[in-house]
Design a protein around this ligand. Sequence first.
Ligand SMILES: NC(=O)c1ccc[n+]([C@@H]2O[C@H](COP(=O)([O-])OP(=O)(O)OC[C@H]3O[C@@H](n4cnc5c(N)ncnc54)[C@H](O)[C@@H]3O)[C@@H](O)[C@H]2O)c1
Length: 250
Amino acid sequence: MTQKIALVTGAARGIGLATSKLFIEQGWKVAMIDRDGDELTQATSAMTDGKAFIFDVSVPQQVDQMIDDVLSEFGRIDAVINNAGVADFLPVEETSFATWRRIMETNLDGVFLVSQAAIPALKETKGAIVNIGSISGLRASTLRVAYGTSKAAVIHMTKQQAAELGEYGIRANCVCPGPVKTKLAMAVHSTDIISAYLDAMPLGRYGTENEIAEVILFLCSDKASFVTGQTIATDGGFESTGVGLPALRK
Ligand SMILES: NC(=O)c1ccc[n+]([C@@H]2O[C@H](COP(=O)([O-])OP(=O)(O)OC[C@H]3O[C@@H](n4cnc5c(N)ncnc54)[C@H](O)[C@@H]3O)[C@@H](O)[C@H]2O)c1
């Protein structure tokens, strides 16, 4: 059997680390990308099938070098998981252009750059792209003008990628997590935000990193061979519900 290779960005911790571990469990080798060299080195120190590549996905020259290095190491790429992301929750009027750009650089530019640089390798393998959006890209809320807009753009970019790359056998899908207790989420989820989430979600709890990773794995697997251009909210039902859920609970 051919050894499959996944490239996971933002792999040093959180959803990216859980995804890397799940792919490895399933027999893949993983190119684990992160700009936080210390955390990535620590995360990969005991791994044999996950290799660290310290790069920033928002810098075009670094992305080109990253793809070259991954191909020199592994010779192929079967799946690209664009997971690296940053968040900042601020009112529209207080969101500086510098903040806006900082969010867009990683969440939007990074997805564009990494996917584009990986296209020649993905053509060879008829591989898959999974972009990580967010419930914040599906439903607007307060304080997310930059973050939510970046994620809504990622959802649309996924459809653009699916439309153009399908003729090469490349599939592109988007996973939109609901709240998961990672470092990113805990830095921006106040106590009020946490209880608002719990109230608004049919399953009434935060998700785990592994629950998101399982959906990503499915989309990269042959089981999803006819699935492309789709967005899957992995969010405890948050996206599907409107107002009134707490009042309807017994
Ligand atoms: N945790 C949640 O509740 C939640 C909800 C919806 C969507 N998401 C999305 O899931 C993804 C993963 O988030 P997480 O919660 O695991 O966050 P996290 O902060 O735990 O991990 C993100 C990782 O990405 C890395 N990273 C950030 N910018 C980078 C860049 N430019 N280049 C390379 N690496 C970079 C960080 O160093 C970090 O290791 C993000 O795209 C996030 O927006 C998370």
